[in-house]
Design a protein around this ligand. Structure first.
Ligand code: BTN
Length: 266
């Protein structure tokens, strides 16, 4: 698979030289964080065929069966403060929509903040993790982890995910080439890395177009409880701006939202 991916990357992409493929790992994010701590450079890309401990946001499991999806982590060293990187997950989300669209012709929507959705089912997710140098308050490294379900059908997912999870093959009605998707994801992330800090407003505008949560009646789930709201906007930090039933405005930067009165998980 490595040769197939390399053959589909542009000659100019320097991330070719640091691409690492694994059969089975616990989590590519955990491995990438370990490599980042020991000095691995920006653009180190790890891809695993299978993860035994794939992780999502909010401590959730990300089911990562062998040969079924693309499970990838990339090390970034943007050299900025964490405040300048609040839009990272959103920007990666849109870049991943570009990659999926390039390969399948289908553009996923994004359920705020990090879920890729096709036909009302989650087909992928993004998990970003950062380390900040406390002496300089600069980001030492960011690890961007992306999992995209490619070849599964419903029966490949655990019973509890049957109505929630989907794959690109389920949406496209035909198999999807994982090497081609991996290459498209790397290209999209490489392109994004050079714009991340200079084109923030453009990236967020693109995210707003992809975000299927906007304009919807939602339930916001927080550690303190759940409340109804309407999703109005995504702000310059990638936070969700909502209005409450009494008309007041609230900004949601963490936690989970679900879209009311739609089927499945969204
Ligand atoms: C989510 O659904 O909340 C995010 C899922 C992110 C999954 C990817 S797969 C590659 C990388 N390694 C992990 O353990 N998680 C991310």
């Amino acid at each position: 698979m490595k040769a197939e991916i390399l053959s589909q990357l542009s000659a100019a992409c320097p991330w070719k030289d640091t691409l690492q493929l694994y059969d089975t790992v616990d989590s590519t994010n955990d491995l990438a964080k370990m490599l980042a701590r020991t000095g691995a450079p920006q653009g180190t890309v790890l891809i695993a065929d299978c993860q035994t401990g794939g992780r999502g946001r909010m401590g959730r499991q990300f089911v990562s069966q062998a040969g079924m999806g693309v499970y990838m982590s990339v090390i970034l060293r943007p050299g900025c403060s964490p405040a300048q990187l609040m839009h990272l997950t959103c920007a990666v989300g849109t870049a991943m929509c570009d990659a999926v669209e390039d390969v399948t012709g289908l553009r996923p929507g994004i359920k705020w903040i990090n879920d890729l959705v096709l036909d009302g089912r989650k087909v992928g997710g993004i998990l970003t993790e950062l380390s900040v140098d406390t002496a300089t308050n600069l980001v030492d490294w960011a690890v961007v982890g992306i999992g995209i379900n490619c070849l599964q059908n419903s029966s490949n997912f655990p019973e509890s995910l049957h109505k929630i999870a989907g794959s690109l093959a389920m949406a496209a009605g035909k198999p999807v080439d994982r090497a081609a998707l991996s290459a498209a994801m790397i290209q999209a992330l490489w392109k994004l890395s050079s714009r991340l800090l200079t084109e923030k407003a453009i990236l967020l505008d693109r995210y707003r177009k992809d975000c299927i949560t906007l304009g919807k009646a939602i339930t916001v789930h927080t550690a303190q409880g759940a409340y109804p709201a309407v999703a109005r906007d995504v702000d310059a930090d990638g936070s969700l701006v909502v209005t409450l039933p009494d008309g007041s405005i609230r900004t949601v930067s963490s936690g989970e939202v679900s879209i009311r009165s739609e089927r499945g998980y969204i």
